[in-house]
Design a protein around this ligand. Structure first.
Ligand SMILES: [Zn+2]
Length: 294
């Protein structure tokens, strides 16, 4: 395990597309990274390697992959836009590169993108086209980089595409937890936050955990509605503390977030980065106190 001086962030312009959609996700990578740079956050921006078409076809129906990339079949935004298609190997690639970087540094890396967990074998849905979580996990496993992968999904919504792909391909080496299946009410916040160390701890036998740090559980989100900004920051702090304590590397992405103006969504993602830097660059006050007490 190396000491990190900066948080690795896998980002390139090719990850963005411009779409006229209720969802800001297609252009969110650029906005988020610009925000972090303007704020002078301790990040190292690294261009992602796109995944190969074969990597996409390991997870998805080959005809679906070809159809989307050619612009014959609709993407997760319901369009056949060539710009969206061109961005997809790079967003999936960012997730894959972040996972590999976290495996290498033993700690953390970031893929500042979205649009994965509703994508199924041969179908897009809910602003998701290809399931970059499963694509990355299967690419890692195919290369012999991992034996077991965790997917910790704290987006507002149930990761139905992820579950469907795990079932279809019999991926019993993936541990998947999706909070959207059982949480969504403000009365559940305290119990949810209290459970995070156990949820992360249950993935301690994974080589790497892919974490969906969704901004859409926010109480004001038009598609969400149960956690405050402070709750979400606490969520992320506890995830990173628990992963660091368990010694499990974690690669996180942005997942959903639909408030307007986008500033509100950027602020939530910024809090995730702050929690990440707090734990992995500065030791995290509480994590340090905890390990000192052992
Ligand atoms: Zn969502």
């Amino acid at each position: 395990m190396h000491e990190l001086a900066l948080i690795p962030v896998f980002y390139g312009e090719a990850m963005n597309a411009s779409v006229d959609s209720f969802s800001p996700s297609a252009a969110k990578p650029r906005a988020v990274v610009a925000d972090w740079r303007e704020r002078g956050e301790p990040i190292e921006v690294i261009a992602p390697t796109p995944v190969a078409v074969e990597d996409l076809k390991r997870t998805h129906d080959p005809a679906y992959v070809d159809g989307v990339l050619r612009g014959d079949l609709p993407n997760g935004f319901g369009t056949t836009d060539a710009g969206v298609a061109a961005s997809l190997p790079f967003t999936c690639g960012a997730m894959w590169c972040a996972a590999r970087a976290a495996l290498r540094n033993g700690r953390v890396a970031v893929a500042p993108c979205s649009g994965f967990h509703h994508a199924r074998h041969a179908r897009a849905g809910g602003y998701c086209t290809f399931n970059g979580l499963i694509v990355a996990a299967q690419a890692l496993r195919a290369a012999g980089d991992v034996a077991r992968v965790g997917i910790l999904d704290f987006d507002q919504h149930y990761g139905d595409g992820t579950d469907a792909l795990i079932g279809r391909h019999g991926l019993d080496w993936i541990r998947h937890y999706t909070a959207g299946a059982e949480y969504g009410d403000p009365t559940q916040v305290e119990a949810f936050l209290a459970r995070i160390p156990a949820l992360v701890g249950a993935m301690r036998d994974c080589d790497v955990v892919l974490y969906q740090a969704g901004a859409d559980p926010h109480i004001d989100d038009p598609l969400g509605g149960w956690m405050t900004t402070r709750d979400l920051a606490e969520r992320d702090q506890r995830v990173f503390e628990a992963a660091a304590t368990a010694g499990v590397p974690i690669a996180w992405n942005l997942a959903g977030g639909y408030q307007t103006p986008l500033r509100k969504v950027l602020d939530i993602h910024h809090n995730t980065l702050r929690a990440c830097a707090n734990v992995y660059l500065h030791g995290g006050a509480r994590a340090a106190a905890r390990s000192a007490a052992r």
